[in-house]
Design a binder for this molecule. Structure first.
Ligand code: ADP
Length: 370
């Protein structure tokens, strides 16, 4: 298998659209790396440059240490699985899977061996004679993956492969692709706008926005140590809450004043927040880090009004309003709440984040990029 390295990669489309800017990414051998970000952030373009489907405007692409910039796609030893499956409608499943090998003039017996092996791995042996139109969405996606497997590529590239599937099937295919990654021990790069796919499938996530990499790291590292407000808000579901607060000094202590209530930063947070006294910052707290309490916690209580109650079975999501702002909290399902009730929550301050309002960068910790 293979290591993929992007060094200062950039893409400017004709007409001067800058799609990707100075991307530096190392995908280790056998690693599963997900490029994630909102639509239009440049993730597909980055993947397509790795595949050779787009010219690289700037920078260098290496696969196993070999410069690939000018190597045609067919000689890069990669296989790509697309969102729309791209199956040939007039060919059987077998022929769809065999096609890439046939045009490479692979020996017939070898083609048969590889197609059957891939069909076994993907549990589609019984479908080999069918045409794509006689398959469900999930089965078509498996055939598209099978077509990649038979090529025995150095690197698998996936471009939003699950977007056309319904929610339940997406969850199932997510697990299947993860399982496949473990069994094939392959290097895989996977593009999605869905942060849950990124969190659940990847060894490493590359978060992109506006053509620029924001942060690279393991799912939990990004969850716990987001470098800026964008990453903090993008990773995690429901997303992190943000409240504008003013940093003030009261009785020798730093306080984050929301207007409706005050919170006390930890000693460590207070050290870095000192330079923000008198200024507004964004306070970030995840819904799971707001703990419902029957009685207010002194110096650290958020009293809010319940506007929406969403019982999900295992947990209940509450939409809560301060005088001017709103947040979501996750609570245990057995609490009895009514819309319009006032409830007390203790923010877990050691988990809270503060962000500079001008730069959007995380204030209170030194964040590594990986
Ligand atoms: P993503 O995959 O994150 O949705 P893309 O890589 O497809 O984003 O697109 C990144 C940016 O490049 C967008 O602004 C998009 O409009 C632009 N773009 C993509 N393909 C082309 C193209 N062939 N010509 C011009 N601009 C393009």
């Amino acid at each position: 298998m293979a290591k993929v390295e992007l060094k200062g990669i950039g893409k400017v489309y004709d007409g001067n659209v800058r799609a990707v800017d100075n991307a530096n990414i190392v995908v280790e051998d056998q690693e599963f790396v997900v490029f994630v970000g909102p639509s239009g952030c440049g993730k597909s373009t980055t993947l397509r440059m790795v595949a050779g489907l787009e010219d690289i405007t700037e920078g260098e692409l290496y696969i196993d240490g070999e410069l690939m910039n000018d190597v045609p796609p067919k000689d890069r030893n990669i296989a790509m699985v697309f969102q729309n499956y791209a199956l040939y409608p007039h060919m059987s499943v077998y022929d769809n899977m065999a096609f890439g090998l046939k045009i490479r003039k692979t020996d017939k017996a070898e083609i048969e061996r590889r197609v059957n092996e891939a069909a076994r791995i993907l549990d589609i042996e019984k479908l080999l004679d069918r045409k794509p139109k006689a398959l469900s969405g999930g089965q078509r996606q498996r055939v598209a993956v099978g077509r990649a497997i038979v090529r025995n590529p150095k690197v698998f590239l996936f471009d939003e492969p699950l977007s056309n599937l319904d929610a339940k099937l997406r969850v199932q295919m997510r697990a299947e692709i993860s399982d496949l990654h473990h069994r094939l021990k392959a290097t895989m790069i996977y593009v999605t706008h869905d942060q849950i796919e990124a969190m659940t499938m990847s060894d490493k996530i590359v978060v992109m926005k506006d053509g620029k990499i924001q942060q690279i790291g393991s799912p939990l590292y990004l969850y716990n140590h987001p470098i800026n407000k964008f990453v903090a808000g993008f990773i995690g579901s429901p997303p992190m809450n943000f409240l504008t607060v003013k940093i003030v000094e009261k009785g020798g202590k730093l306080i984050a004043d929301e207007g409706s209530f005050e919170m006390t930063p930890t000693e460590e947070q207070a050290k870095t927040l000192k330079s923000y006294i008198g200024k507004e910052v964004s306070f970030g707290i995840r819904p799971e880090d707001l703990v419902f309490t029957k009685t207010p916690t002194p110096n650290n209580n958020m009293q809010m009004k319940i506007s929406v109650i969403e019982p999900l079975g295992a947990e209940t999501h509450l939409h809560l309003n301060t005088k001017t702002q709103s947040v979501i909290a996750i609570t245990a399902p057995d609490n009895k709440f009514q819309i319009g009730d006032t409830a007390n929550f203790t923010p877990q301050m050691e988990k809270a984040k503060f962000f500079d309002r001008e730069t959007d960068l995380t204030i209170c910790e030194v964040v590594k990029s990986e």
